[in-house]
Design a protein around this ligand. Structure first.
Ligand code: 9WO
Length: 249
């Protein structure tokens, strides 16, 4: 998959994608990441990319022209044009299913805003979708773009090793993750749930599913609203609720 990023801070975006699973996806040729700096496409001697907002008020707005030229250069640099995504708090809230959809595209272009944002006319005519990671404000879109590149990169076929399989992910099944334990078995902070030491794989699978259901019910009941439960899941969640009511967990 080819990802192009329009950003005033190309080194930041490149460095954040150079490590870990996504860095490895790049060396494996699964992701090709290119950055384009609107400042390189500014037309005046000062390489201006921002101006004061019409109507007054604080801060600066990103100019149309350097963005348009940078986007045209990026689009022209590959065989087929790609979908343009702008990262901002005004966008559609991102969810894992949306990430999975974006990860299947052959090409994606991410637009990172700075200052108070981008001239609305550019957004209206050149951006295909606006995406938000959550209801908070950053000082620019780069950190959000880096997060999206990470989420997309790890879903590329071959990016994860077997032990890291995305099928196991929190949200892959619409539930929160179950709790994890490792050595030692006994610690001052507590003991490992005995079922995990039993070697009974069917019992372990049931316990984990029950914990995932129970945590989702406790912490993110909204996720259960939009999800049907199988007969087994219904029984496990009822068990969890009963034990919770009796103070057992
Ligand atoms: C800053 C500001 C300062 C004074 C008055 C109004 C203001 N609005 C903003 C603002 O929203 N700046 C944004 C910074 C412009 C677009 C890029 N920026 C950004 C993206 N901040 N947060 C995000 C973001 C992206 C995706 N998910 C969560 C947050």
């Amino acid at each position: 998959m080819r990802i192009d990023v329009l950003t005033l801070f190309p080194e930041f975006v490149q460095q954040s994608a150079a490590v870990g699973v996504v860095g490895r996806a790049q060396t494996r040729g699964l992701i090709e990441l290119r950055t384009w700096n609107p400042r390189d496409y500014a037309q005046d001697a000062y390489r201006r990319v921002d101006e004061r907002p019409y109507g007054g008020g604080p801060g600066m707005v990103m100019l149309i022209e350097p963005l348009r030229a940078a986007l045209a250069a990026a689009q022209a640099d590959a065989a087929q044009p790609g979908r343009v995504v702008y990262l901002s708090p005004q966008g559609v809230r991102l969810q894992q299913a949306h990430v999975a959809r974006l990860a299947r595209l052959p090409r994606l272009l991410l637009l990172c805003g700075r200052y108070e944002g981008v001239d609305e006319r550019f957004l209206a005519h050149e951006v295909d979708e606006e995406v938000s990671l959550g209801d908070f404000v950053l000082s620019g879109g780069e950190l959000a773009a880096a997060a999206l590149i990470d989420a997309i990169g790890r879903l590329q076929p071959g990016a994860l090793n077997h032990s890291e399989s995305a099928a196991q992910d929190s949200f892959a099944n619409g539930l929160l993750d179950y709790p994890h334990y490792t050595r030692p078995e006994r610690d001052a902070l507590g003991e490992v749930p005995p079922v995990l030491l039993s070697g009974d794989h069917a019992a372990i699978r049931r316990w984990r599913l029950k914990q995932a259901l129970g945590r989702t019910w406790l912490r993110r009941p909204d996720l259960l609203e939009g999800r049907a439960l199988s007969p087994e899941e219904r029984i496990l969640l009822d068990e969890f609720r009963r034990e919770h009511q009796n103070g057992l967990c």
